[in-house]
Design a protein around this ligand. Structure first.
Ligand SMILES: [Mg+2]
Length: 128
């Protein structure tokens, strides 16, 4: 594992929450933290990436018994020291081994260059 690489980074908006975009405090979106809890119980380092306000998301996690640290300084590092073991909540994309995101295709450097276009066209077909 690379230093400051999380084991897993969850998207918040539309992934741990229902709906397909950023949610605010009062829009009634459902929140499912079970997949995140499973990772924590297995000892994984976990980040939550969001377009929402990071302190708000951290407070939601805290209200549900998950200790979280809002990375308002944009350090995007695995929490250690006094913050060790906490879920990092950030507005940045952090380095992680695994990303759980509702708007994701898996493609990386060296993969079939036609794949992103193929996925895009497939989505366009579904939308039509
Ligand atoms: Mg999302």
């Amino acid at each position: 594992m690379t230093e400051n690489q999380f084991d897993i980074a969850f998207d918040w908006d539309g992934t741990l929450t229902s709906g397909d975009g950023p949610i605010g405090q009062d829009n009634g979106a459902e929140i499912d933290l079970y997949p995140l809890r499973l990772c924590l119980e297995a000892g994984c380092t976990v980040a939550v990436m969001t377009c929402n306000e990071a302190p708000y998301v951290a407070s939601v996690l805290a209200s549900r018994g998950i200790t979280a640290f809002a990375d308002t300084a944009m350090a995007h590092k695995v929490p250690d020291g006094e913050f060790g073991g906490q879920v990092l909540v950030t507005n940045r994309k952090v380095l992680a081994a695994v990303y759980a995101d509702d708007r994701n295709i898996t493609w990386k450097f060296g993969d079939d260059p036609r794949y992103p276009l193929a996925c895009t066209m497939q989505d366009k077909e579904v939308i039509r």
